[in-house]
Design a protein around this ligand. Sequence first.
Ligand code: NAD
Length: 292
Amino acid sequence: KKTSTWTELAEPLPVKRIAVIGAGTMGAGIAQLAAAKGYSVLLQDVKEEFVNKGMETIRSLFAKATSKGAISKADAEQAISRLQTRVDWGASDDVDLMIEAIVERLEIKQAVFAKADELLPNRAVLASNTSALPIDDMAKATQRPEKVGGLHFFNPVHKMPLVEVVRGAATSDETIATLVGVAKRLGKVPVVVKQSPGFLVNRILFPYLDESARLVTEGFAITDIDREAKKFGMPMGPLELLDVVGIDVALDVSKTLSPLAQQSTPSPALFQNMVAAGNKGQKTGSGFYNWH
Ligand code: NAD
């Protein structure tokens, strides 16, 4: 049975201070969670207004948590005091982990990884929150490919339990163990996945979101599509979810995944082989699972 590609092979590195690069939807969410869980956080963006907007998001997340009684006012204030912001790169000897959460463009992410490699201490692990881009291409921009991996959160960060820890071709066991450790301390359920476009979740999710958008262009009503999907058991309709993710982000992810989608239509060879072998699922007693 294939499960995780990670086994507990290495000791995690100690992580006290995290640099979150990008103070948008995801970066602000990650920084808030990290500060709430006791990490010291450096939040960086390219302009003062973006950093300020990120801090506003963070304050309102803490305000909601205190009003629900999830955290005391004093603890929230202490967590906020663990956050620092900056608008440009500088040497930061105290950073143990970078989590990059900037725009989904490979060349811009590569520039960030090159800067981080130059200015962050040699011990620091460099992680990307990319939705679908290859971790290996970011690792190539550094001199420490073994310390580069993916740490892929879902939106909204404070609510979604899953985090994908992405293993690139050169990622070391120590780096994987460190990322798994951080995800756990953040209260998340880490799943270690191998580098492949869209990793695991978006590889499954995006064809569904893409088809929903295609139905809109064919004249189906947005509210009808979302209502039916919810009846089907989804917590949120696909078009509502696309709005929450951001259409610009979805466009970038779709561009990365569309060559793959074309390869796998109309139905994968795996289906054909399984049917030919009589493995038709529950009705024949075996399919992907053994039903006996
Ligand atoms: P966003 O547009 O809300 O925020 C991106 C931020 O990065 C902006 O504030 C921008 O100013 C900043 N930025 C751009 N270039 C920068 C640089 N060189 N240095 C520092 N900051 C820079 O985007 P987002 O939705 O938070 O997505 C960020 C990343 O997370 C993307 O890779 C995206 O694919 C991924 N992601 C997004 C979602 C989602 O639902 N939105 C979910 C999971 C992963």
